[in-house]
Ligand binder design. Sequence first.
Ligand code: GLA
Length: 494
Amino acid sequence: MSIDVEELLQLIKSSTTGSVPISQFFEVNYDLEKDRGRIPERYIRLIGSFQARYQSKEVMLARAPGRINLIGEHTDYNGLPVLPMAVNRDIVSVFSPRGDCRVILNNVDSGFTERQFDLQKSIPPYETGDWGNYLKAAVQGIIDHYLKMGKTLKPFKGLEIMIHGDIPPAAGMSSSSALVVLGALMFLKANNLEIPRLELAALMARAEHYVGTQGGGMDQACSLMGQSGKALKIDFNPLHITPVKMPAGYTIVAANSLVQAAKTAGALDQYNRRPIECRLASAVLRKKFSENFKRDMPIRLLGDLNERNLAVPEKDIWELSDRVLHKYPYSLAEIAALLEMTPEQTAQAYCRRRDGSLFAEPADGFKLWKRYRHVTTEARRVERSFKALRRTNIFEFGRLMCQSHESCRDLYEISCAELDRLVEISLEAGALGARLTGAGFGGCTVSLLEDDKVDEFINRVKLSYYRDFLKCEKKEFSSIIFPCKAVNGAGVLF
Ligand code: GLA
């Protein structure tokens, strides 16, 4: 199904006044009353850019939202739960299938120059950090999926795409995964294929490793499965979503620290160090637990440390883990000796990047206890936060958010001076809870506010953080500090 591009334009223009079906597509994202002018403008520009670049007349529309994570940081790739919500910042696209296997990607924002590639069995990535890699990741993931099922590449059609995004980039709000999800939906639609949402979420989580990150599955699942007015508790292995209503009368405000949480090669290594340390901690714990219980203990991820999996009482698991992991950092040689391997074998088994190169031993050692401690306590905070939200126990939820930030700062070491100051200021300015959100090393914080305190909060943070602390002269704050609304997941129209 598709629509004539001119007809689409007319539909959008009339959506300012009438209640035409297309306004439902916007509605999930925006407060129609407030944003009445802005929404059509954005789509009109998007379609105009499409028409200026491509000749195709029959088009489709797609959108994929970003997310904020309320709590549960760096737990997902350990097989432990997270609690994010899809938000009213998204990437939208106009696209059209092609007769051949070429994919052409463009952005209304001229800072992102055109990317073109052909569909093939193995699509070589662009340089690390290139924006085209997110689309390639999605397409490659789907191609691999169908190849595994014995399909040939012949029937796959290429695409011409124009996108526009308003998710702040490098801000911990998953603009990259939104692009992956959007790419997957467009590619599937253009080729008349369907993959069930949950399956697609898991597939895209693995597919995004193509760009070089070793992330978990939170962002893709949230962008695909988001629900209006609700946060999602996401459990992994198997992927399972439990929505929970966001409490009436309260708002989550995102504030960008303006420290770029970029996905450059150096930043990827900062991120990837954590999954590596978690895998090493799991390996050491497996060895120690197996020795202690005189049987092989199935510990592959930190999330495997639970009573059901190990048939050991929860209390004993924590007591033993705390006893066998020392608090000071480990050297590679020490871990290797513990695992009865050579350092080279250990590095090969646990410290590989996607391109096969080895992650070097950090100068300050592998911090196994700190990482283990953050991940396991954070997972418990997610469960407690979920219960607190269900019972609308707002103060408890706020407290847990603050504890999470402290753990991210002190144990997982993914905060920075700016994020810490922004959290402090947010609490002074009336937030009931505040913490960094996403991968860390910069990006946004999220704060929990009573609705009627939001405006005053934003004003105080503008003064204390942006003006006084950062000495920043910005005047346009709407994409720097803003209230977030929980919205529905990604979709395709027409
Ligand atoms: C990034 C990753 C996610 C998750 C977060 C940290 O956003 O893509 O999978 O690991 O960092 O919670």
